[in-house]
Design a protein around this ligand. Structure first.
Ligand code: RET
Length: 274
């Protein structure tokens, strides 16, 4: 391989093995990632088992959406551990860590664009929502994750980092609005109000933790270090993903009849006759 152009090149352009080594040497950071690989793996096995007896289309659709959450998660965490989706960034002037090399696990924000829509699709199906609201919530959520990724990756200006953060929050408000103001009434009509209420509260409370962590962590004002920030996200993930999906699948397995009779405007299928 060619010699680095300047003595600083190895620091400024750390290669993937170097980044992976830095992660492995940081116990707080690497433990926060491995714990989720283990839990995602266990969740996949458990969820496959839980869905085996489902018969109706809508219940199976909820199950596939819920199963995709740990499937995306295990891929996401392996990508972080390998260094594939982690970069060393030089923070811009005005940032708390200005001029310093900061380990940025930006792969998290990328894979949220795939995992969070699954959570919302599962919730929307449970509430018996229509296509328009499901489309709105999923597109706004993807936009929230992509602009959150941009906020983390911008290194030219601290102001633009926060501008993207603000845009991401605006998309998040739309998601929260649908969860809090639109879907509860639909879940009531569908007869799924109890479980929907539990999962909605869990989702809203935990999801609010993500932008707060972003703002406090190394990406934002950096009062939390990289390892602690990562543990924060990992802890939120454990409840927002695995516990969430477990509660949902457990309920669906016991109440398949209710789910299959929920509004059929999405699938166009006739409700099952039981
Ligand atoms: C960011 C930063 C920018 C502002 C906002 C954010 C919100 C993130 C959320 C993430 C939820 C993730 C989940 C992952 C599970 O797989 C991107 C942190 C609003 C709400 C539930």
């Amino acid at each position: 391989t060619a010699e680095p152009a300047t003595p600083f090149a190895p620091i400024l352009q750390a290669t993937q093995p170097e980044v992976a080594e830095q992660i492995a040497n940081n116990f707080l950071l690497s433990s926060s990632l491995w714990v989720n690989v283990a839990l995602a793996g266990a969740s996949i096995l458990l969820f496959v088992q839980m869905g085996r007896k489902l018969q109706t289309e809508r219940a199976k659709l909820i199950w596939v959406a819920a199963l995709l959450v740990p499937l995306v998660s295990i891929s996401s965490y392996l990508a972080l551990i390998s260094g594939l989706t982690v970069s060393l960034q030089t923070m811009p002037a005005g940032h708390a860590l200005a001029g310093q090399e900061v380990l940025s696990p930006w792969g998290r924000y990328l894979t949220w664009t795939l995992s969070t829509p699954m959570i919302l699709i599962a919730l929307g199906l449970l509430a018996g929502t229509d296509r328009t609201k499901l489309f709105t919530v999923v597109t706004m959520d993807v936009a929230m994750c992509v602009t959150g990724l941009a906020a983390a990756l911008v290194t030219s200006s601290v102001l633009l980092r926060w501008a993207f953060f603000g845009v991401s929050c605006a998309f998040f408000v739309v998601v929260l609005y649908v969860l809090l103001a639109e879907w509860p009434a639909e879940a009531q009509a569908a007869g799924t109000a109890d479980i929907f209420g539990t999962l909605r509260t869990l989702t809203v409370v935990l999801w609010l933790g993500y932008p707060i962590l972003w703002a406090l962590g190394a990406e934002g004002i950096a009062v939390l270090g990289v390892g602690l920030t990562s543990w924060g996200y990992s802890a939120l993930d454990i409840v927002a993903k695995y516990v969430f999906a477990f509660l949902l699948l457990n309920w669906v397995a016991d109440n398949e009849g209710v789910v299959s009779e929920t509004g059929s405007s999405l699938s166009g299928a006739t409700p099952a006759d039981d």
